[in-house]
Write a new protein. Sequence first.
Length: 123
Amino acid sequence: MRQQKSLKELIAYCIYKEKETDSHLPPAVIKEIMVDNQEMYQYIQQQYEDHIRPLMVQIVEEGQARGEITDKVSVQAVLLAIQIYMKSSGEMLDGQAAHEDREAFVEELIHIFFYGLCGREPQ
């Protein structure tokens, strides 16, 4: 039987994959493929609705059950925050492209998403 990954392990994996993608494709190319191309954008949105969203609901619910996500935040609020990030991805990619240290910039955005402006990372 496979041991279930913690939320922190899942996040670390997602961050690793994001950085791996960034090292191969410049932000402008990612933006052109994922945001500017309406057909691709609609495909990504459909995949999100059909596959990613249900998975995210499951991950959030399991994270809350294990005490890894605060119960002060609803599943709907987490999904809305993710949707906001997705809809702002073009601007974030532009900001990343303009930043002199792209990797550090991505880390900052990830920190804001998971811990907020004033939150502290768990030690």
